[in-house]
Design a protein around this ligand. Structure first.
Ligand SMILES: Cc1cc2nc3c(=O)[nH]c(=O)nc-3n(C[C@H](O)[C@H](O)[C@H](O)COP(=O)(O)O)c2cc1C
Length: 193
């Protein structure tokens, strides 16, 4: 991991309490936040995009769901109702994850693993991903993104029949977004229906 970067063009985006944006109308984008801390750096970056898009943020820490189970003994946990809601309410799903050990966070990976429920016990629900859009945001400490970090998002979108909007990397140092990913965020926004 790289040493701390100093960037004179650093921007500061305040961390708010936005969970649901009352201005949003259906169908709208949603940001799925999957970090080990709900008010950390990934939230900071997710909120900057949510403000631009007037969209909702769903924090996976607000839900209880366990690792993928081949026997589906966990089908009564929060995953399936949450997924039903996401699929019913949103056409564009943007995953926001911190970079943990050159990869997505554990909670985000668990969420993705559980999507296998939609290929097994809930196939009709899984088919409803087709035609929707997916994007990804990753937030790390290093100045450069981890090569291949967005591959699971890109390939999953393709597998599920979704349009992939792209990946934006931001790094945060001392509570500041050290790069200015606004151009990339705008590019993603521009690709939103
Ligand atoms: C367990 C762990 C592993 C990390 N691994 C990396 C890494 O591989 N590359 C990187 O740039 N930053 C890494 N970091 C730093 C975080 O990605 C960075 O601080 C990020 O902004 C944290 O976001 P959060 O506040 O949402 O957790 C790691 C942090 C933790 C806690």
């Amino acid at each position: 991991m790289a040493a701390q970067a100093t960037n004179p063009q650093s921007i500061v985006i305040p961390v708010g309490n936005l969970i649901r944006n009352p201005k949003s109308e259906m169908p709208s984008p949603v940001i799925i936040l999957g970090s080990s801390r709900s008010k950390g750096n990934t939230r900071l970056v997710a909120e900057s995009l949510a403000e631009r898009l007037s969209c909702d943020i769903i924090d996976l820490n607000d839900y209880t769901f366990s690792y993928y189970d081949y026997e589906h003994r966990n089908e009564g946990d929060d995953f399936l109702p949450l997924m039903e809601r996401i699929i019913a309410e949103y056409d564009t799903i943007i995953f926001a994850t911190p970079v943990y050990w050159y990869s997505m966070s554990a909670v985000m990976k668990t969420f993705f693993d559980r999507m296998s429920d939609l290929l097994t016990i809930r196939k009709p629900l899984g088919r409803q991903f087709r035609g929707k859009q997916m994007g990804a945001i990753s937030v790390g400490y290093d100045e450069d993104t981890v090569q291949g970090l967005d591959m699971p998002f890109r390939e999953s979108a393709s597998y599920l029949g979704m349009t992939y909007l792209g990946h934006v990397y931001a790094w945060v140092v001392d509570g500041r977004v050290a790069n200015a990913p606004s151009e990339q965020l705008s590019a993603i926004c521009g690709r939103l229906r």
